[in-house]
Design a protein around this ligand. Structure first.
Ligand SMILES: *[C@@H]1O[C@H](CO)[C@@H](O)[C@H](O)[C@H]1NC(C)=O
Length: 449
């Protein structure tokens, strides 16, 4: 987005804040009910409200009806941008216990080995997923004794991790940018005062999950140093805080860049932000696609005499991905009623051919039935459907010429004869010109010697 349009969008956004996006997010609170079972109870996040008291929700447990204070603004911003046409996001909440990062390379984040008092109290982790956004936020709840309302609980968003690319379809061989931003406001002023001013060190972790196995792609702890695992697949991340305010809130960028994506890189990507005793995580999906090229042979005409079987048609569907979801239809357009119909005849598909870039090709074959005179000028088409193509698919066609009747007429015959004659003449002329050139070159070379 260019700067003026960005400014305009910001201006429009601030005008329409009350009406735009989602002000209440309906959620499920999930907890272990013992015996390996999970219990679900309804919950809601009140992000914004009109003047006066918050709307009454007698259907909710007061501890599960949360009025969210969001000093860093990331949670609010994410839902303010939520498109009204998109389906409601899926939201789940569960209890969270602050704990140090379990990975070795992030141990430098918690050198003091004791969880600060500021992290005491009840914590919920909210996970929101949808087609347009995926986020997770750690909420610190106001204790029951501090509550000033009997039916709603105040909660503060401390760490929020957001991606605007929860589902990425990337064209095979192109670079993928997996968006990740995060925002952090330290829990209470006491903790900030005890720390050095400025954003704290953090850890960024990107993993790929494939067939139940996790692969660490990239780990970074900007501002901490120490031994880091090497990054894989050429992955690069923008691991920075965006601002340098002394006491926060701070926002940061952990966007991952993957160069020329190949099929083996498909799957779920887990992005984790590690802060001392707090971890925020989102999941993204990456899928690779390549639309097929479609060509039909013989081209551009197929000939047959009435009652004869025309030559077999071969539709080459090449260099596509994924192999699944490909369909080939044969159509006959035009002909007697200038109609459009499924082509008759025998059709079959070849086996897949695999290419070194991970894409595949196949050929579709059609043996059309004998032609009738009325089919002269009709077109055979192969239409290819694939998830990478628009709904109509992609097609290639060939025109049927029925010899004899309205087919190649006397004039056509003469035309053909003439063009053959002219072509022959042209070839002769070219041959002659080539001979001339080479002899003159030879003679020049001779002179030069
Ligand atoms: C994060 O960094 C990437 C790469 O520079 C950039 O494209 C993206 O817009 C940044 N995200 C935010 C929220 O600034």
């Amino acid at each position: 987005m260019k700067l003026p349009s960005l400014l305009l969008a910001v201006a429009l956004g601030s005008v329409t804040t009350v009406s735009a996006g989602l002000a209440v997010v309906e959620c499920w609170f999930v907890e272990d009910a013992g015996g390996g079972r999970l219990a679900k109870r309804p919950a809601a996040l009140l992000l914004r409200q009109g003047p006066g008291e918050p709307p009454l929700r007698s259907d909710l447990d007061p501890e599960l009806y949360l009025k969210v204070r969001d000093p860093a603004g990331a949670l609010q911003a994410a839902f303010r941008r939520y498109p009204p046409s998109a389906p409601a996001p899926h939201c789940e909440m569960s209890r969270y216990l602050p704990f140090p990062a379990s990975v070795n390379w992030a141990s430098g984040l918690t050198p003091e080995h004791s969880c600060p008092r500021a992290l005491d109290g009840t914590w919920f982790m909210v996970s929101v997923s949808s087609r347009v956004i995926s986020l997770s936020s750690l909420l610190q709840l106001q204790s029951e004794s501090q509550r000033d309302s009997a039916f709603i609980t105040m909660a503060t968003a401390v760490l929020t991790v957001v991606t605007h690319t929860p589902i990425t379809q990337i064209r095979l061989g192109q670079d993928a940018l997996l968006d990740l931003s995060f925002a952090y406001m330290p829990p209470t002023p006491e903790t900030t005062a005890s720390l050095a001013p400025g954003p704290p060190p953090f850890g960024l972790e990107w993993r790929r999950q494939h067939l139940g196995k996790g692969h660490l792609l990239l780990a970074a702890t900007p501002g901490l140093g120490g031994q880091m695992p090497a990054s894989r697949d050429g992955a690069v991340a923008f691991a920075t805080w965006d601002d340098n305010e002394p006491w926060g809130p701070w926002t940061g960028n952990g966007t991952l860049w993957l160069p020329s994506v190949r099929p083996f890189q498909e799957g779920s990507y887990l992005a984790t932000i590690h802060l001392p005793y707090l971890q925020g995580q989102v999941t993204l999906e990456l899928a690779v696609q390549k639309p097929p090229k479609v060509s039909l042979m013989p081209t551009p005409l197929v000939w047959a005499a009435p009652g004869e079987v025309p030559p077999e048609l071969l539709c080459l569907v090449s260099h596509f991905y994924p192999p699944a979801g490909l369909e080939v239809e044969w159509e006959l357009r035009g002909g007697p009623e200038d109609s459009f119909q499924k082509a008759k005849g025998k059709s079959w598909l070849s086996a897949l051919r695999h290419h070194s870039d991970g894409s595949v090709s196949l050929s579709a074959h059609l043996q059309p039935p004998p032609v009738t005179a009325a089919q002269h000028g009709a077109r055979y088409a192969c239409r290819v459907h694939h998830p990478s193509l628009p709904a109509l698919g992609r097609s290639a066609q060939v025109t049927l010429e029925v010899a004899g009747l309205s087919g190649p007429s006397l004039e056509d015959g003469i035309g053909l004869f003439l063009s053959a004659f002219l072509l022959l003449g042209l070839l002769k002329a070219l041959g002659w010109a080539a001979a001339c050139l080479s002899t003159s070159k030879e003679s020049k070379e001779k002179k030069a010697q």
